[in-house]
Write a protein that binds this ligand. Structure first.
Ligand code: HPA
Length: 260
């Protein structure tokens, strides 16, 4: 089964699932309730493009005041209770790389989580993984990323590749922070995803990630940032983003069959 986390502007994909079950985050843990407009808080289980999927419609964010342990609860549920072996993470992000444009899509090839707490703190996965310390050399599965790249090319969608840096939010960054993050090697910045990727990877799930660049990061253009702008570009890009996910699922489904 493939887990999919839908970021801003992508929620509609969950409506396209041939659903057989809906699980509210509050059923997973009564303390979980998404507080962000445009983010529902549930997992839709069913099929999409003939592939078994569990789709998280909305996610739990650290900036809502949740702990990282709470942030990864729905991910843990999909792994432990629903048995996902593959995870597609999506988000809206600010473009740090000066060659990016709003509306671009970026395959996440690596991430920087040094500015947020690790979701693995206080969560001893030794029994489940055989190790107390977790290798993060290939968080994003290169073969899955390649499948997405192939899928994008086949349906005529331009796609970039880059490093995603996670901040706590809810504030956007300062221009000085963006310059610093660029120096550190980041291409895009956002308030989610990397900790989810880290947690799922530690548990042996194949992970890939795609960012929708909704805006140029702070200080690049001569104007401020707003959630409305982020939402607007995310909504506009939604159609091609959904097409990409559906087509990638088809390729992944075929691969599963080919590999038995
Ligand atoms: N910064 C952080 N998170 C974001 C941004 C940004 O510029 N755009 C969308 N999510």
């Amino acid at each position: 089964m493939v887990g999919i986390v839908l970021g801003s502007g992508l929620g509609q994909l969950a409506e396209e699932v041939d659903a057989r079950k809906m699980i509210d985050y509050s059923e997973i843990d009564p303390s979980l309730k998404s507080t962000v407009e445009g983010h529902k808080g549930r997992i839709v289980v069913g099929t999409l493009e003939g592939v078994d999927v569990a789709v998280m419609q909305g996610r739990i964010h650290y900036y809502e005041g949740y702990t990282m342990k709470q942030v990864i609860k729905p991910i843990d549920y999909m792994i432990t209770e629903l048995g996902i072996d593959t995870l597609i993470l999506t988000n809206a992000a600010g473009g740090i790389n000066l060659s990016f444009l709003p509306g671009d899509l970026m395959i996440i090839k690596d991430h920087i989580t040094s500015f947020v707490p690790s979701p693995l703190i206080g969560v001893d996965l030794t029994e489940r993984t055989g190790s107390r310390f977790h290798d993060m050399t290939h968080v994003y599965d290169p073969r899955l990323s390649k499948t997405i790249m192939k899928s994008a090319i086949s349906i005529g969608i331009d796609i970039e590749e880059g490093v995603y840096l996670q901040t706590t939010g809810p504030n956007y960054e300062t221009p000085a922070e963006i310059r610093a993050y660029r120096t550190l090697g980041a291409d895009a910045v956002g308030m989610s995803t990397a900790v989810e990727a880290m947690y799922a990877h530690a548990l042996g799930v194949r992970v890939c990630g795609i960012s929708c660049i909704t805006n140029m990061a702070a200080g690049i253009l001569d104007r401020g940032l707003s959630h409305e702008e982020v939402q607007e570009v995310a909504d506009k890009t939604g159609t091609s983003f959904r097409k990409l996910i559906r087509n990638s699922l088809t390729l992944m489904g075929n691969k599963t069959k080919i590999n038995g």
